[in-house]
Design a protein around this ligand. Structure first.
Ligand code: SAH
Length: 204
């Protein structure tokens, strides 16, 4: 597939124009490994080394849509990986938004920092994010791109009033859980089945 075909496919699956535009501009080719360049626009995950993957474009697009991103949003991402999702969010929240992205694998964090060097509103941290990043909380949006076995309560607390958290939760197959916070009330909805890499939990 080429980029045009990928975008058409995503549109047919219900992805909105705003997200498609971000995918058009923030080229996935720049975030995949050199030996996978030919597959950059295939709608499946690709290996980025260290047992990790750059997520499937449809999954990324679906999650971005469910996050209901607004200009100026402050976002926490757990699992920077290739940095593609962080770059897409950077574009979607605009220059007044901020992306705090946490990656546990040192080599991936360093590579992402390099690739994202020109994105002035993205901050990559090399650390275990299984307990979130309390330092910069509260966030308008929180996205986990690796799957915890259970919803991490500590990360939930880092969501601001009116915020949205998305996390794939479960051991082998995951349910994508969307949490919306209104004051101290957290409402959970399920958004379908997905497969993600597991969230490493160093404190266990
Ligand atoms: N958003 C990424 C998808 C990466 S896959 C992209 O656009 O490419 C999930 C990533 O989560 C992997 O890179 C993995 O190393 C990372 N990860 C797993 N457990 C983690 C943890 N506890 N803290 C931070 N990152 C973690």
């Amino acid at each position: 597939m080429n980029k045009k075909e990928l975008i058409k496919g995503l549109r047919d699956k219900g992805i909105k124009e705003e997200i498609l535009k971000a995918i058009q501009i923030i080229d996935r080719k720049n975030f995949v490994s050199e030996n996978n360049l030919e597959e950059a626009y295939e709608d499946h995950p690709l290996s980025i080394g260290y047992g990790q993957t750059i997520s499937q474009p449809y999954t990324v697009a679906f999650m971005l849509q469910e996050l209901e991103l607004k200009k100026g949003d402050r976002i926490l991402e757990i699992g920077t990986g290739s940095g593609w999702n962080a770059a897409l969010m950077s574009y979607l929240v605009g220059e007044n938004g901020e992306i705090y992205s946490v990656e546990v694998v040192k080599e991936l964090a360093e590579k992402a920092k390099e690739i994202l060097g020109d994105y002035k509103n993205v901050f990559v941290f090399n650390m275990d994010g299984s307990r979130g990043l309390a330092q910069y909380a509260p966030y308008d949006k929180i996205i986990l791109t690796a799957a915890p076995k259970q919803m991490p309560e500590e990360i939930k607390k880092q969501l601001g009033d009116g915020g949205i958290l998305l996390a794939p939760v479960g051991e082998y197959m995951q349910k994508l859980i969307k949490i919306t916070r209104k004051k101290d009330k957290f409402t959970e909805t399920e958004k379908g089945d997905f497969i993600f890499v597991p969230l490493v939990n160093k404190s266990q």
